[in-house]
Design a protein around this ligand. Structure first.
Ligand code: GLU
Length: 279
């Protein structure tokens, strides 16, 4: 099977050093393996995704000297292609409707959740059957039920090469505590959300190796569970180190101070960017 990997940014802000590291790493591994490197815009969040960011990301990646194989896939252009998976998960009794607003969720969370990068849903609508779904409800994954069907292992590989280097077994308790019942389809229409779209496209694009930051480690567990329950092939994963700021904090999603565009404007070269991220 041809080594196939991807870079999958959300066009909701500028490309910063952390993204550049992830993209260069995946690109270089694909080229070294004689494989394929694909570019996918994860723009299912129609409110926050902007064509300007999409264009800027492409411009920055090109400036960095990266090339990708085939056309850029934009998830917003194929929203109905995810419906089959929502139906299949509903048939497995793994979805429930949720009408909670952000403020209701905030109020129900007893204390700020320490050490989690993702807010764990407090379960207000968890008892609701699918038949009670109203227009405008989101759909959430019933993670306990999903874990009862699959709490399996998934393959991992290391930076030194794309060979399978062991497995990671998902810890159900950790998954419940750190990630919980994620939204798979957002309010209003059946607009698929990140977790499901990203997993389905990794399969649809024939991704053999997923290379992503270790901040997405918990998300990988959810996506592997979804793939397994939908009987889809699971890629091999590599979670790379994160680029941190001078205080050791990981770069925020929108860290404009470390935007590639800013370094470009200051006259940095692509080679200097590589050095800055330790490549
Ligand atoms: N689109 C997401 C992001 O930019 C996730 C990328 C991935 O799934 O690897 O954070």
């Amino acid at each position: 099977m041809t080594f196939t990997t991807r870079f999958a940014p959300s066009p909701t802000g500028p490309l910063h050093l952390g993204h550049a590291y992830s993209a260069i790493l995946a690109h270089d591994m694909a080229r070294a393996a004689g494989g394929r490197f694909l570019l996918r815009m994860e723009d299912t969040d129609l409110q926050r995704s902007k064509p300007e960011w999409d264009a800027q990301i492409i411009d920055d990646l090109t400036w960095l000297g990266l090339t990708w194989d085939g056309a850029v896939l934009r998830q917003s252009e194929q929203l109905s292609s995810y419906d089959f998976a929502l139906r299949a998960l509903a048939d497995l009794n793994l979805l429930y409707p949720c009408s909670c607003s952000r403020s209701q969720i905030q109020a129900a969370l007893a204390a700020p959740q320490e050490g989690v990068t993702h807010e764990v849903y407090p379960g207000l609508c968890k008892h609701r059957p699918m038949a009670s779904r109203q227009d405008g409800d989101a759909l959430r994954l019933h993670l306990d039920r999903a874990l009862a069907l699959f709490d399996g292992a998934y393959p991992q590989f290391t930076e030194t090469g794309p060979r399978h280097a062991g497995s990671h077994r998902i810890d159900p308790e950790q998954a419940m505590a750190r990630i919980g019942d994620v939204v798979l389809s957002r309010k209003g229409e059946d607009i698929v959300a990140y977790f499901l779209a990203s997993a389905l496209d990794d399969v649809a694009q024939g991704i053999t190796h997923v290379i992503r930051g270790e901040d997405l480690f918990d998300f990988t567990a959810i996506q592997v569970i979804l793939m397994a329950l939908l009987d889809l092939p699971i890629p091999i994963y590599h979670h790379h180190r994160l680029i941190r700021d001078d205080n050791g904090k990981r770069l925020a999603k929108r860290d404009d101070a470390r935007a590639i565009a800013k370094y470009r404007a200051e006259g940095a070269s692509p080679a200097e960017i590589r050095t800055m991220v330790g490549l």
